[in-house]
Design a protein around this ligand. Sequence first.
Ligand code: DQA
Length: 147
Amino acid sequence: PLIAVLNGPNLNLLGKRQPEIYGRETLADVETACRTLAAELGLDLRFHQSNHEGQIVDWIHDARETAAGIVINPAALTHTSVAILDALNAFEGPVVEVHVSNVHKRESFRHHSFVSLRADGVIAGCGTEGYLLALRHVSSRLGARNR
Ligand code: DQA
């Protein structure tokens, strides 16, 4: 099965922006770690980042045809985007939302997530390890489905 890992705005700067909040690992490091784990779990991976909401909507539409599950860090769009929520509502497989930082420990505008209205699971505050936890969880949900 193919899993789409989708990343929203400013995550191209992961490891460089506000390292005290987001750590020093880059998105390329995250992708490498995800690919290693995916190989172990027998998953194919598509890994994307965009600063543009519409691009992320398009990738979720692509996932409808091609992916079994989605791991998504919508970044700031988490807190604003009904369009991403609607796109995810049109996707049938497991969806896990990831935040590198613990959004609940931060400004109150980060406490609300549109995406959480759809996500099957949410991981926040586990650093970049959150992506790996999310992949494992999507994998076990898919396994449970095929049983
Ligand atoms: C984030 C949290 C968001 O509030 C923020 O806008 C981000 C990253 C995280 O991974 O912790 O850009 O999604």
